[in-house]
Design a binder for this molecule. Structure first.
Ligand SMILES: NC(=O)C1=CN([C@@H]2O[C@H](COP(=O)(O)OP(=O)(O)OC[C@H]3O[C@@H](n4cnc5c(N)ncnc54)[C@H](O)[C@@H]3O)[C@@H](O)[C@H]2O)C=CC1
Ligand SMILES: CC(=O)C(=O)O
Ligand SMILES: [Mg+2]
Length: 579
């Protein structure tokens, strides 16, 4: 018996089927279904045919007398928020919320939805970075699936131990080799998979039981962890790239066999593996890489809105923008690839679009005459600079004269006062996005960018910063984080039952996000919508993604094709799980 992800179209009128009786309802007559115990059946549509599914039973309520007489759901929400706020350290709040999620998931997600801007930084970046660093010390109970190199040859068997195989729809998979900007954390990477999936539930209404966090343990090169007696992973260095690739081939094949309806999100693989696995698997399975594609989509979206504000001040045509990246890893190059589509939208050719982009890595400006380059950097390597290596960022800014400076370098403070003043001298409204995570690795802080640009900066960062007041005006930082994209992208891919995640679907997610700003948000110069609207935004993104999947012919929920845009949006909203 399968439990489709999709909720009933009319969840308020479930059919209750009594033990040992055959239902005589209309819907039930269409599908013969042996009913052996009390079950809640809900009708749903598949390829134009109405079917029934058994709804997973809610957790049992404690029997009368086992809870205090005045325990009341709405007051308990208030009590939990007070308990949460009474804790001083973010990591203590993280541990409290983790326990709450394990014991009362609906309550946990209600708190998340009602307090998105307060709770997101606790279950996600920046606190999740500390949770990963300390995972082997704060570990309490099992959550998620661990597959290690020792399981090679029997990965399918391990996957089948997952208790909710039929419900599984979305998995976030990491091998812990590059967690945020914190480096190789081995099996301590599990909280990043868990945190991203909590945002799928909170932000896109994916059912909690449909999420599968997976951490692959292929060893770690983190010397501190290898010497820590409490470290929870295998105590050896990472296996070679060849062995890891063979392991991944088996893993992905077995995933497709055990979980035929699962979408896979690759997360925080080190850059070489991130590109290798994406190209190896993207045409075979429904999979995307969040750091390459999700980040590309979220930054394109923020950049589209930022470029309009910047061009309004400078009078410069949109096609004239120039973007400089500090950092040329999976995220930097992923964003650069996605931003070429911005210039193509302005009428530039692929070649012209690429020429608007400059990459800087740890050795300075990337140009052909510098010497051999990793494959992912080559496409953006400059052939129009022949001089000596250029390593000083201010020199590079004065040479390139960019309109936008994006940081994906993990180098805290790289956007110092001189850098921001140079950008501000070059542009009436400089676009400065320090996107590295967690917050302590951010290339600059919001208050610095505001102060050093005299309040003119158009700003978005990977982790959240508080708003600032400048010259009597409140200025809001954008959060340029893929958390705005992956919930809606995943929801759209799941609802359309996409057989693969195409470039058009990723771009549709990006444009869906860019277009979701309200009038009020635009007039406050925001480049991303307020996080409190995440469900509404995810629904709009999902609709765009479904349409893109249909255009590319990778959708398998064919009945959605005939729906009007309005009906599709309504359909998506109704399918979101509500705590
Ligand atoms: N805001 C968001 O949504 C996202 C943010 N990120 C963040 O981006 C950062 C980078 O991630 P990846 O690209 O995967 O890592 P990576 O380690 O592959 O890339 C880092 C890049 O920075 C360069 N770099 C290092 N030191 C430098 C220096 N001193 N000057 C100039 N460049 C330097 C490296 O050469 C490399 O090209 C991480 O902090 C990660 O958390 C990643 C994905 C999404
Ligand atoms: C946000 C994210 O995916 C990262 O920093 O890796
Ligand atoms: Mg990531």
């Amino acid at each position: 018996m399968s439990f489709p992800f999709i909720l009933s179209r009319k969840p308020h009128i479930p059919l209750i089927v009594s033990p040992h009786r055959t239902s005589t309802s209309l819907a039930a007559q269409r599908v013969k279904m042996p009913v052996t115990k009390t079950q809640v059946l809900t009708p749903y549509w598949s390829n134009g045919v109405q079917k029934l599914k058994v709804a997973p039973s809610p957790p049992p309520k404690p029997a009368y007398g086992l809870t205090p007489p005045a325990l009341d759901d709405s007051l308990h929400v208030v009590r939990c928020m007070r308990q949460l706020r009474s804790k001083d350290k973010p990591i203590e709040k993280y541990i409290y919320l983790t326990q709450l999620k394990a014991t009362e998931p609906a309550l946990f997600y209600k708190l998340c939805l009602d307090n998105m801007s307060e709770i997101t930084p606790l279950i996600y970046t920046p606190t999740v970075g500390d949770a990963c660093l300390q995972f082997s010390h704060i570990y309490r109970r099992p959550e998620g699936l661990y597959i290690s190199i020792n399981d090679k040859g029997r990965i399918g068997k391990v996957l089948r131990n997952w208790p909710k195989i039929d419900e599984a729809r979305i998995s976030v998979v990491t091998d812990g080799s590059r967690i945020l900007g914190l480096g190789d954390l081995g099996v301590n990477g599990m909280p990043i998979a868990i945190g991203k999936l909590s945002l799928y539930v909170a932000g896109a209404g994916i059912r909690p039981e449909s999420t599968v966090p997976i951490c692959l343990d292929l060893g770690t090169n983190n010397k501190e962890f290898l010497q820590d007696p409490l470290y929870l992973g295998l105590r050896h260095e990472r296996v070679s790239a060849e062995v890891a690739q063979e392991f991944m081939d088996e893993f992905m094949y077995e995933m497709s066999q055990v979980f035929p309806k699962l979408l896979v999100q690759f997360e925080d693989f080190s850059t070489d593996k991130a590109f290798a696995y994406l190209s190896a698997f993207r045409d075979k399975y429904p999979v995307f890489n969040d750091d390459i594609q999700g980040t590309g989509a979220v930054v394109l979206s923020g950049f589209l809105n930022a470029a309009k504000l910047s061009s309004a001040a400078s009078g410069r045509p949109l096609s004239d923008h120039k973007i400089l990246f500090l950092g040329a890893g999976s995220a930097g190059v992923g964003v650069a690839m996605q931003l070429t589509s911005f210039f193509k939208m302005q009428g530039l050719s692929e070649e012209e679009a690429r020429r608007r982009i400059y990459l800087v890595d740890s050795q300075g400006l990337i140009f052909n005459a510098r010497g051999p380059l990793a494959e992912h950097k080559r496409v953006f390597s400059r052939d129009d600079y022949q001089g000596p290596p250029m390593t000083n960022l201010v020199d590079i800014l004065n040479y390139v004269k960019p309109t936008a400076l994006l940081g994906l370098s993990t180098i805290k403070g790289a956007f110092n006062q001189q850098v921001i003043e140079t950008m501000s001298a070059l542009n009436p409204r400089p676009i400065i996005f320090p996107l590295s995570n967690p917050v302590r690795l951010s290339e600059c802080e919001f208050h610095e960018a505001v102060e050093w640009s005299n309040g003119r900066v158009i700003f978005a960062s990977g982790s959240p910063f508080p708003e600032q007041t400048y010259a009597g005006r409140t200025l809001y930082p954008g959060q340029g984080n893929n958390m705005y994209i992956f919930p809606g992208l995943g929801l759209g891919a799941i609802i359309s039952r996409a057989s693969s995640v195409t470039d058009r679907m990723v771009e549709a997610a990006s444009l869906g996000l860019a277009n979701s700003l309200t009038k009020d948000e635009r007039s406050a110069d925001l480049v991303y919508p307020r996080i409190e609207r995440i469900r509404e935004i995810s629904a709009e993104i999902a609709r765009s993604v479904v349409r893109a999947a249909q255009k590319d012919g990778v959708d398998r929920s064919l009945d959605l094709r005939a729906m009007s845009d309005e009906a599709l949006l309504h359909f998506i909203g109704e399918r979101m799980w509500k705590p």
